[in-house]
Design a protein around this ligand. Structure first.
Ligand SMILES: [Zn+2]
Length: 125
């Protein structure tokens, strides 16, 4: 149990976020207070919050991209299976679906097909 610095209530440790900054390894304020504080901060700093979010998203996206590129390199067989399976599915796609895709994405390749083609190129070298 731990006393929240903000609301003063005694709450179990599971009600606190883990923190590296504190001695006991848990945050000074409970999750509830922490959420309230974050929401308040977001409300008062919408630009900063957006920036923060964009930065986080970009970092996350980069990590994800790097991770999946690495995974594909290490698992070419799985990628090939995946691509083959989905390419077969795409080939089976009906005329109606094709027309819908053209309506949605224009006469160019729909994104999924382009993506699979990209994957196939990547593993074929
Ligand atoms: Zn609290």
């Amino acid at each position: 149990m731990k006393v929240c610095n903000k609301c003063g209530e005694i709450k179990p440790l599971t009600d606190y976020h883990k923190s590296k900054a504190t001695k006991d390894g848990y945050a000074y304020m409970c999750k509830e207070c922490s959420n309230t504080a974050t929401n308040k901060w977001r409300k008062n700093n919408p630009d900063k919050a957006k920036q923060h979010h964009d930065k986080w998203r970009k970092k996350n996206l980069d990590n994800q991209r790097q991770y999946s590129a690495k995974w594909r390199k290490n698992n070419p067989d799985k990628v090939k299976k995946y691509v083959d399976k989905h390419c077969a599915k795409l080939r089976e796609s009906t005329k109606e679906r094709r027309e819908m895709e053209i309506k949605m994405y224009g006469p160019k390749l729909p994104p999924m097909e382009a993506y699979f083609r990209y994957l196939r190129d990547e593993i074929s070298d």
